[in-house]
Design a protein. Sequence first.
Length: 217
Amino acid sequence: MLAALRRYVIAGLLVWLPLVVTGYIIKLLVDLLDYSLLILPEEWRPEAWLGFDLPGAGVVIAVAIVLVTGMIVANIVGRRLVHLGEAVVRRIPLVSTIYGAVKQVTETVFTNGGESFRKVVMIEYPRRGTWSIAFLTGTATPETRERTGEDMVTVFVPTAPNPTSGFVLLTPRTEVTELDMSVEDGLKFVMSLGVVTPAADSPGNAPLPVARDGGRP
């Protein structure tokens, strides 16, 4: 009897827990984007002409702002205006440091041609014989190659279950083993504490010229 009840409880949790967590995260995102309504005059906000709050209206405003901004900066005049604004921001102490770092990370992640977060790899960390999932984030600086005499790459080792925190490591390219795992599957693996593993037929990425013999050259 107790075994049957336990089985029913687990079956119910498997149905409801993902739904509740997904709904909670979506609600947080919608509530956050709804703050974009504050840029509108009060008489233009949905509650002013509908008589009640319209959840999710901020999402539409945020998407519209991003699209319009993209259309403006896609031409020469828009780019010049952006460069002018950035020149002003970069003259402000502290603000220039934060803005510059965020902009560089954003450009690296979202622009085409880079390899940031496009490869899931495996490295021996925190010690030999113990392997960790990591994401290839780029090529190390020329100075690191000169001082080590090796072709170095930078990898991000996320912490579980929160992949937004972790460690940035410099490691020789020959000690990085690429996995036939998509970035999405890699994130699922980390967030699920290793419980969710990618399917055997999960599409991988193009192979890197890295070692396949245990990570050592």
